[in-house]
Design a protein around this ligand. Structure first.
Ligand code: 8YV
Length: 315
């Protein structure tokens, strides 16, 4: 029997690729220089898209595949998938929730610590001989006992807040409503008021049209010149130009970012700044989590084509 044909929108680690190649006929869309020619050659029989969180699947791609039945996303965020286009044709969408939550929270907290304590600069201070030639490294800012704001207390925000509690921080959060699973943390509905409360503002919202630029000039002004913003969600949740203006003019203290508009290309203004920590969208980037994510992408595809219940559907 011929294998089900799958459009692969981005690369996967070898261990996932081996499984996918064994079970399906994978078409490597991401490798094609001429996407239109690729689609006209292969579109007729493709029944699934295997994609990544940051790549998703837009309306044009969905509409180019007449037999498409399922889009399996390697990532919890499915904001880059055109859900409306999928819904119109009853195409299933799956993602990889839960398995990455703790790693993403870990990286957010690690960025807060590293940036606040100036660990990257301190490492260079040792390596480049400054310790010996210039003397003591400049003092940095404390983390424990200070005030944290978590914007979006979903799975990842909750894990971030749990970790911050271990640093005796005064924790508040914003969300669409107060959460009964967070009785010890203060609910502040308004993101501007949350930023006013916070020394460290964590952005942990699932991105959507409604949350676009939720961290804008007003929130950044409220965060203030000693505040730090940490983004482990999606770039679209922050107005990047407003953030760059605030960093360049020291209207906020610093930022730690794992996600960028137009990534992996970066606005070159970021590279001139020393009050921002830059990470390559790597919050879920551990062997353990990525293996679990890859397994879910695969298992969802297998379940769908075996006529079984999807493991982690988003529609
Ligand atoms: C991944 C992510 O880095 O889960 C998400 O939504 O953005 C990340 O975990 C990404 O999806 C891998 O491509």
């Amino acid at each position: 029997m011929s294998k089900v044909e799958v459009l692969q929108a981005g690369p996967y680690p070898e261990w996932d690729q081996i499984n996918l190649d064994a079970a399906f006929q994978m078409h490597h869309y991401y490798k094609a220089a001429d996407k239109a020619a690729f689609l006209s050659a292969h579109c007729a029989d493709i029944r699934a898209i295997a994609t990544r969180g940051e790549l998703g699947a837009d309306r044009a791609l969905i509409e180019a595949l007449p037999k498409l039945e399922i889009i399996s996303v390697y990532g919890v965020g499915y904001d880059a998938v055109d859900l409306q286009a999928a819904h119109e044709r009853n195409i299933q969408v799956t993602n990889t929730p839960d398995v990455l939550t703790s790693d993403v929270a870990d990286l957010g907290v690690a960025m807060m610590l590293a940036q606040s304590r100036g660990m990257i600069g301190a490492e260079s201070w040792v390596r480049d001989g400054s310790w010996q030639s210039k003397g003591l490294y400049p003092l940095k800012n404390r983390v424990h006992g200070r005030r944290a704001g978590v914007l979006g207390l979903g799975r990842i925000g909750f894990e971030v807040a749990k970790r911050l509690a271990g640093f005796d921080m005064d924790i508040a959060y914003s969300d669409i409503g107060a959460k009964d699973y967070a009785p010890d943390w203060r609910f502040i509905a308004d993101p501007v008021a949350l930023a006013e409360h916070a020394d460290f503002l964590f952005v942990t919202l699932a991105a959507s049209a409604d949350t676009r630029h939720i961290v804008g000039r007003e929130v950044l002004r409220a965060l203030g010149c000693d505040g730090m913003v940490i983004n482990i969600s999606r770039a679209s949740n922050i107005d990047e130009n407003a953030l760059l203006d605030a960093l360049e003019n020291n209207h906020i203290g610093s930022a730690a970012l794992d996600v960028f508009e137009g990534e992996p290309a970066l606005n070159p203004r970021f590279l001139k700044l020393d009050n921002v920590m830059l990470q390559p969208h790597h919050a879920s980037g551990t062997f353990e989590t990525r293996k679990a994510m890859g397994k879910l992408v695969f298992d969802n595809l297998v379940a769908h084509f075996a006529g079984q219940k999807l493991l982690t559907p988003v529609l």
